[in-house]
Design a binder for this molecule. Structure first.
Ligand SMILES: Cc1ncc(COP(=O)(O)O)c(C=O)c1O
Length: 470
């Protein structure tokens, strides 16, 4: 792995403690998340020091710490190599551990209960489905029309040829990044943001410009206006409705400010509406951008129906749709026909499905918010009117170590820094409410134990912990 790639993965790694420990901890988290695979050769100390703008002594101390905790080994002549994880705590991909583990790393609700019935119905028409031959990178006419009709119902005039069907929203984001971005282009993103989008933009060679969005005060419009004017970003990637992870929805004033600043800077807004239908008890209207705003919209059935149903889409001007379609084959050759037929059957029922989804999310939220407030009176536990998660303030910059300790107890969560663009969020933890209430309540108990461990000086992955295991 090159120093540049590792630096990109690390994002904002600096914490409040010594730099070498913060860096070591950030690399441990990458190993735990499998974003750095076992047997990866890490960059030479000098190169990593240069890429991160730290001293070589800091990197040397980092590697020493990682060696002490058994995360890497350094061999003369072959550099430092990551080792398969052999910690005291449970590991993912071990069937026994997976069965017992509580996974709140992905904020992904269970499938909509009506889905198996729709799959069975669509399967009845399998013969007609397979009658077509060849590849189709744009999407079936029926599904494109069903998606367009949904936009029209929202008051956004849309024709079927302004829609491109993708394999989920992630694939849409990746395609947009690959086709519309050039090296060193700027992309304005919220911080915190959805990390796989940030990664897709970085991989396309873009530089990210973060604009804060807070649970309490929403989007920092002043910072956004300055960032647009100063950096003239090519794209601005936003989640205007039930932002992941904060759960915030843009007010009309905020949407208006973004639309105006983007227009003045010649920036294309990319509005990811994957979470927009996840309404529990919306306090105000959905985010509405002014008419005529030049935006690419991304949608998906991944959260509303099921993450395993890999159907998403892009709604954009015809020219943009054509450009995306012609850039797609290098990426994939279309969306499976069966899933498209399922999506076509589901879309007319999407309001009913979203209502059911809202009930499921309400049960999760109403279990986890009081449990967190009870077990962690010292934390700031916000609520959310929709979306998939709470953006919890834990008061101390301990999100990374807390997540590691929680893993040791079989609870998998993502640290706040995972959602950061330019560093920070170590005082935050994303707590999804997509699981069943009993599971969420158990998760909060495990989290409390992990937090107590931390304050008793027990840290998984530190030399002390390793000594205790050995
Ligand atoms: C904001 C956002 N965009 C996109 C995605 C990816 O969605 P899909 O499953 O449709 O690829 C997610 C999933 O977590 C998300 O939260």
């Amino acid at each position: 792995m090159t120093a540049r790639t590792l630096a990109l993965h690390l994002g904002g790694w600096r914490g409040s403690g010594p730099a070498y420990e913060a860096l070591a901890e950030a690399i441990r988290l990458l190993c735990l998340d499998n974003r750095v695979a076992p047997r990866t050769v890490l960059p030479a100390e000098r190169e990593l020091a240069a890429a991160l703008g730290v001293s070589r002594t800091t990197v040397a101390a980092t590697y020493r710490s990682l060696r002490d905790t058994g995360h890497i080994e350094s061999l003369r002549g072959s550099g430092s190599v990551t080792l398969p994880l052999r910690r005291s705590g449970p590991q993912r991909n071990d069937p026994e551990v997976d069965a017992a583990a509580i996974d709140l790393q992905q904020a992904s609700p269970a499938a909509w209960p009506g889905l198996p019935g729709v799959l069975a119905e669509v399967a009845q028409g399998a013969a007609a489905l397979v009658s077509r031959s060849g590849y189709d990178v744009i999407g079936s006419p029926e599904l494109r029309e069903a998606i367009a009709a949904r936009y029209r119902r929202r008051g956004i005039p849309t024709r079927a040829d302004e829609v491109l069907v993708t394999t989920g929203a992630q694939s849409a984001i990746h395609l947009i990044a690959a086709v519309l971005l050039g090296r060193a282009d700027r992309v304005l993103v919220e911080t915190p943001t959805y990390p796989h989008a940030a990664e897709a933009f970085r991989r396309a060679g873009a530089r990210l410009v973060g604009v804060p969005v807070g649970v309490d005060d929403g989007w920092d419009v002043d910072r956004a206006e300055q960032a647009f004017a100063r950096t003239l970003p090519t794209l601005a990637y936003l989640m205007p409705d039930f932002q992941n992870p904060t759960g915030r929805t843009m007010t009309a004033r905020e949407a208006d400010a973004f639309a105006r600043a983007a227009d003045a800077a010649g920036t294309v807004l990319v509005l990811d509406e994957t979470t927009a239908d996840l309404d529990i008890d919306r306090q105000g209207p959905a985010a509405v951008f002014p008419d005529g705003v030049h935006a690419i919209r991304i949608g998906s059935l991944g959260k509303t129906v099921w993450g395993g149903l890999r159907v998403g889409w892009v709604r954009a001007d015809r020219d943009v749709v054509r450009r995306l379609a012609s850039g797609r084959p290098v990426h994939d050759l279309g969306t499976p026909e069966f899933e498209q037929a399922v999506a076509t059957a589901l879309l007319p029922r999407i309001d009913e499905i979203a209502r059911q989804r809202g009930e499921l999310l309400r049960a999760g939220r109403d279990a986890v918010v009081p449990a967190l407030r009870r077990h962690f009176p010292e934390w700031q536990v916000p609520s959310a009117a929709g979306g998939v998660s709470l953006w919890v303030g834990i008061g101390e910059p301990l999100s990374g170590p807390l997540v590691m300790n929680a893993r040791a107890r079989g609870l998998f969560l993502s640290a706040g820094s995972r959602f950061s663009v330019d560093g920070g969020h170590d005082r935050r933890l994303r707590v999804p409410f997509t699981a069943a209430p009993a599971e969420l309540e158990r998760a909060v108990e495990l989290l409390r134990d992990a937090w107590d461990d931390l304050h008793a000086g027990r840290r998984v992955g530190t030399p002390d912990d390793l000594a205790a295991v050995v």
